[in-house]
Design a protein around this ligand. Structure first.
Ligand SMILES: [Zn+2]
Length: 99
């Protein structure tokens, strides 16, 4: 009986970052959700129409970069991304000993 070798690279769904246009696995991207006439950073469950942004590259989070795609939502999404980055930073720090 022939056993077919497993493909080395299983199919990973790829999405394009709206800021830098790089194609990356979905897991490496943050999701934006269309809300009314604007966009918001997806913070929980996925719904509605989505767009994607690099999760790990702050240069993709600048208002200037986002404006091409997000238009009027660029400032608020940029702000949400910066806030998120700061929170992740804080969590990454060693927990101070409480006393
Ligand atoms: Zn990007």
């Amino acid at each position: 009986m022939m056993i077919r070798p497993e493909p080395r690279t299983p199919h990973v769904p790829e999405r394009t970052c709206v800021a830098c246009r790089r194609k990356r696995p979905q897991a490496e991207l943050l999701r934006l959700r269309r809300e009314g006439t604007g966009w918001v950073l997806e913070q929980g469950r996925r719904s509605g129409r989505g767009a994607y942004l690099c999760a790990d590259s702050p240069e993709c989070w600048t208002e200037k970069r986002l404006r091409r795609f997000l238009r009027g939502s660029a400032p608020s999404v940029s702000e949400a991304l910066q806030t998120r980055a700061r929170e992740l930073d804080r969590r990454a720090l060693p927990t101070p000993t409480e006393g």
